[in-house]
Design a protein around this ligand. Structure first.
Ligand code: ZN
Length: 417
């Protein structure tokens, strides 16, 4: 393949990716508008016309924002790839006397800062305009700025050593470096599974064990029944940034935790929270985290193998106007151009994730011995977060990591317990 052919292939897939996502967004908006006059039958008694109207407005606003951010991202990616910025920046750092691993790591770190700085205006608009307009935003300017500073701090203490390690494996371990690099990345991921819940997440939020009371005793009773150590259940001050509510499972081994947002605890009844906890324990019991990690490891090794071929392949560099290939440049180029080649993996992973959600719901119903609380809990979650009740089926099967509310309710009602 010549560099011209490679460039043509990249641009075609790049356009295809953009068109698919934009068409899906149009279909989704059309579907939402077509159903805007009546609340879906199955939730008619729980969701008021007023909330329904608001959820439609929120969906449409997000869809419009999706157009802006998608077009911005296309322009930014094309500008970064074709403006010659990447080789110029690399050359500039090299002229400043940097070389070897130091040169590569500085190049990576600077690009990480530049790309997140470019995204900043969109992020500010989303947080302080869209989310604020719908009453979700609680983030103050101070919290927002502190988050960015903490992000830079993490880039320095975790990102930089990671880049050094990765580049060392790529440059110093011979032809089979892609195997060593995979082992390194997987090892780093495992380390993060321990560090994230205990050291990283607490930089951004307060985590407190449950207070004595009815909620604690109900959750502990359920955890006991599921043989899950209840000391791993924490409350988090999610309301510091947003009134959106959620719960999640994180970490492995002794660092594993189930986190309930304070906003969720405020919105739900105790039986509903017990059902949510059972759902999260379900993810653990059904080994969903291990399964997802295994799959991502397969992607990692495949990605590094392909990179090991491309990194010495002159036409990849020539296609983007780079005259003198270098390993750090090759890695960055590969990261920027891989999206259009791999975007189809994301709907596949979402389908798997939705399967896991159904399994966790089924586990929750089995362990709580009833399906009323899980259903009403999900309804509240959807109502308070103004979730779209009428996504287009193609849109939700492509983008959604969770089944839609109506799909989940139907599945829950069909369960025997
Ligand atoms: Zn889940």
């Amino acid at each position: 393949m010549t560099s011209q052919q490679f460039l043509a292939l990249f641009l075609s897939l790049f356009a295809l990716h953009f068109i698919i996502e934009r068409v899906l967004s149009l279909l989704n908006v059309k579907n939402v508008l077509a159903h805007r006059h009546s609340v879906p039958e199955i939730v008619k008694n729980e969701i008021t016309p007023e909330t329904y109207r608001k959820s439609i407005e929120y969906t449409l606003t997000n869809a419009r924002f999706g157009w802006v951010s998608s077009i911005c991202n296309v322009l930014i990616t094309l500008a970064l790839l074709f403006s010659g910025l990447l080789p110029k920046l690399f050359q500039f750092l090299s002229d400043k006397g940097l070389h070897g691993l130091h040169l590569g790591v500085t190049f990576f770190a600077l690009l990480a800062i530049i790309t997140s700085a470019i995204q900043l205006p969109l992020e500010i608009y989303e947080t302080f305009f869209i989310e604020a307009k719908f009453g979700f935003n609680q983030t103050t300017a101070k919290t927002f700025i502190m988050d960015k500073i903490k992000g830079i701090f993490l880039l320095v203490i975790l990102g930089v050593p990671f880049f050094y390690g990765l580049l060392w494996f790529v440059e110093k371990t011979g032809n089979f470096w892609w195997i060593w690099a995979t082992a390194f990345v997987i090892g780093f991921q495992f380390l993060m599974m321990f560090l994230f819940p205990i050291f990283i997440a607490p930089l951004f939020n307060k985590f407190t064990p449950l207070e004595e009371g009815d909620l604690k005793s109900s959750l502990e009773k359920l955890a006991d029944k599921c043989h899950f150590a209840a000391r791993g259940i924490f409350l988090m001050d999610g309301s510091k940034r947003s009134t959106h509510s959620n719960a999640y499972f994180t970490g492995i081994g002794k660092a594993r935790r189930i986190v309930l947002y304070d906003t969720l605890v405020k919105q739900m009844t105790i039986p509903e929270l017990v059902a949510v906890l059972a759902h999260e324990i379900g993810h653990y019991k059904k080994k969903h985290i291990v399964k997802m990690l295994t799959i991502s490891s397969i992607f990692t090794v495949a990605g590094f193998f392909i990179l090991s071929i491309l990194i010495n392949w002159q036409p990849m560099y020539e296609a983007f106007g780079i005259q003198t290939p270098a390993i750090p440049l090759g890695i960055v180029l590969f990261m920027f151009i891989s999206g259009p080649f791999t975007f189809w993996l994301s709907p596949i992973m979402n389908a798997l994730s939705r399967k896991h959600e159904y399994e966790a719901d089924a586990y929750a119903v089995e362990m709580t011995g009833e399906n009323v609380s899980m259903e009403s809990g999900l309804l509240k979650l959807s109502e308070k977060n103004l979730s779209n009740l009428n996504p287009h089926p193609l849109y939700s099967s492509y983008h959604y990591s969770h089944p839609t509310l109506l799909e989940r309710i139907r599945a829950i009602r069909s369960l025997v317990y």
